[in-house]
Design a protein around this ligand. Structure first.
Ligand code: CUA
Length: 312
């Protein structure tokens, strides 16, 4: 090989090496700059295991905000198609907040808008992340990982309030929750439970989406007056439903997540709301009826088998 040619190739190579070196350097500078000005919030894996086992931890059977020390909060959140549970959390300004996030079904992405909080939420894994909110306001939480047809409706809110207001609200809410529990299903707004948890898939009026999510209006009311139908409706709420079904001549083969994290009174109230969307009238559902179906450990597939007995 002649020496002059060899030299020319090396010259171009050197230029390209210099360009890629400059690019790498500018990326490192940008990362260092953002870490210095925005702070780092890198989620850590706090636990791994089967999704069912993780979801049985007290933190996730009753997700939400817990006070763990002076000005220290622990917040647990479950992502599932297509809702963050709980949907709204309220934290005091400036408190140290440790988030624990996991998913019930598929991978979701927990992103708090206008912040650098952005965590991939994975079934069978608990992600932990510590932060604090210095400014009062409402932050919207979105899902940034495509998780199914209701993905774009998977929203949540973080309300950051002054510490004094937070303390006052928390004390008042404690009293209100106690009152509602004593009243049973009658004290809970089923329409609100429906809007928060069910409307993103089944539609605001329960019309469903043909082929994707079955209609509830009239269909649920028909079931409620069928033998065994009341218990089946409660089971579908508590344990979910999975597999092929036909409603009004249209086939569906999807997954309804379990809603056992809702209180007995909330489940009774939301079924009342759904039954009230149209069709024959049924007696109001009670929290006691829901409580009687709890603890049976059914799977979503078991509920399909019950459905096949109730609606042959
Ligand atoms: Cu959850 Cu997209």
């Amino acid at each position: 090989m002649d020496d002059r040619h060899h030299h020319e190739v090396a010259k171009w190579e050197r230029r390209w090496i210099a360009i890629s070196g400059l690019m790498t350097l500018s990326f490192v500078i940008l990362i260092a700059y953002s870490l210095a000005t925005e702070g780092a919030h890198i989620a850590q894996s706090a636990a791994r295991g089967s999704p069912d086992t993780l979801l049985q931890q007290a933190m996730f059977t009753d997700p939400g905000v817990r006070v763990v020390g002076p000005n220290q909060l622990q917040v647990s959140i479950v992502g599932q198609a297509f809702v963050w549970v709980p949907e709204t959390i309220r934290v005091p300004q400036g408190a140290e907040v440790e988030f624990y996030l996991t998913a019930r079904d598929v991978i979701h992405g927990w992103q708090v808008e206008n912040t650098n909080l952005n965590v991939e939420v994975i079934p069978g894994e608990v992600s932990r992340l510590r932060t604090s909110f210095d400014e009062v306001g409402t932050y919207r939480v979105t899902c940034n990982e495509y998780c199914g047809i209701g993905h774009q409706n998977m929203l949540g809110w973080i309300e950051v309030v002054p510490a004094s207001q937070w303390a006052a609200d928390t004390a008042a809410e404690g009293a209100a929750v106690g009152e509602v529990m004593a009243e049973g299903g009658a004290g809970v707004d089923g329409a609100a439970v429906y809007a928060a948890n069910c409307a993103s898939c089944h539609g605001p009026a329960g019309a469903g989406i043909a082929g994707a999510f079955p209609p509830l209006a009239e269909h649920a009311a028909d079931i409620a007056v069928t033998d065994g139908g009341r218990d089946y409706l409660i089971d579908a709420m508590l344990y979910g439903l999975m597999g092929p079904i036909v409603v009004d001549g249209v086939s569906y083969n999807g997954v309804m997540p379990a809603w056992g994290q809702l209180a007995d009174a909330e489940i009774a109230a939301v079924i009342d709301h759904i039954v009230g969307l149209g069709g024959p009238a049924a007696d109001p559902f009670t929290a006691d009826e829901v409580a009687a179906q709890r603890g049976r450990g059914l799977s979503a597939a078991d509920v399909l088998a019950i459905r096949q007995q109730v609606l042959p």
